[in-house]
Write a protein that binds this ligand. Structure first.
Ligand code: ADP
Length: 299
């Protein structure tokens, strides 16, 4: 994989997270954004990491953009839409369990793929483009079509496309719509990064090998099946099959962004020319660090 410009596409939200004293901390997070944030920290300066999305023109949208820029993430392709603002989620602690409430139905990011020409401009010159099942889920069917056509064009122009299915049933009309949309999108991807706890039940895959086979048949050249603390199964067209056993994290503090940070660790190792097993190890090492601390973005 050769690339110096990375583009991650999706929705970054305001996160309100409770502190121990009951006050709330305002953060910014979202799956593909979390991966962009970790990629920026992992990759050498010669790489550019851009985020592709949409926000409002209000104060909180400006704060989000400033946060991205301070993290070294390019925001030239974050559209500003005056009539909308950014989405928000709140974390509540109930008997020690975290539960999430979302306000994102009218978020600006839902319009990130409204303009196909803008998507093509956004993707121009990108060597690696990452999107997810959540990126897809927030779009209308028409806009999803715009996104997939633009990705196909970028791929034909030489970009590597990476896709994390990140299946969130509540963002879809039903399981059938979600499963169909994810498989259609995966057909545009070179690298697919599913989690077995989602893909297994949703597609009836009995084993991670079946998950690999399904995406490989769809055209992916690299598939990595994450599996919580369990064995990671991977396949690459040139390197064949590989497995990696993560060192179990016993003191798990917060699993938010386990998969997102894994993706960043894995992809940055691939960009550095590392082999499959070494790259799985890099992904697992980063996510182990992330789940041992609070929050999605662990410095
Ligand atoms: P997601 O957050 O997408 O559901 P997973 O839960 O499958 O992703 O976890 C992603 C990666 O995080 C795993 O492949 C593994 O490397 C790491 N991980 C998750 N839970 C643990 C754990 N308890 N111990 C060690 N590593 C873990």
């Amino acid at each position: 994989m050769t690339a110096t410009r990375i583009l991650c596409l999706g929705e970054c939200m305001v996160e309100m997270a409770p502190r121990e004293d009951g006050a709330y901390l305002r953060n910014f997070a979202g799956d593909s954004f979390n991966t962009a944030w970790y990629l920026r920290r992992l990759l050498p300066d010669g790489f550019t990491v851009d985020y592709g999305s949409a926000v409002g023109t209000d104060a909180i949208s400006h704060s989000m953009l400033a946060f991205m820029q301070e993290a070294g993430i390019g925001t030239d392709h974050v559209r500003r839409i005056a009539e909308r603002t950014v989405g928000l989620y709140m974390i509540e602690l109930e008997h020690g369990e975290r539960s999430f409430s979302y306000w994102r139905g009218q978020s600006a990011a839902k319009l990130l793929a409204e303009d196909e020409a803008a998507l093509l401009r956004m993707m121009e010159g990108a060597g690696l483009i990452l999107f997810s099942g959540i990126t897809l889920a927030i779009l209308s069917a028409d806009h999803r079509g715009n996104l997939l056509r633009a990705l196909a064009r970028a791929r034909a122009d030489g970009a590597t496309i990476a896709f994390d299915p990140n299946m969130r049933l509540r963002l879809w009309a039903d399981a059938r719509e979600m499963c169909d949309a994810v498989m259609r999108a995966a057909a545009h991807a070179d690298v697919v990064l599913p989690s077995f706890d989602e893909d297994g039940p949703n597609y009836g895959d009995a084993t991670p090998e079946e998950t690999i086979a399904r995406y490989a048949k769809g055209g992916a050249t690299t598939v990595v099946v994450k599996n919580g603390a369990g064995r990671i199964h991977a396949f690459d067209l040139r390197e064949g099959h590989a497995v990696f056993d993560p060192v179990p994290v016993t003191a798990v503090v917060d699993t938010t962004a386990a998969g997102d940070s894994f993706n960043a660790g894995f992809l940055s190792a691939r960009l550095a020319g590392k082999g499959l097993v070494e790259s799985l190890s890099a992904g697992a090492a980063l996510s182990a660090r992330v789940i041992a601390a609070r929050g999605a973005l662990v410095p």
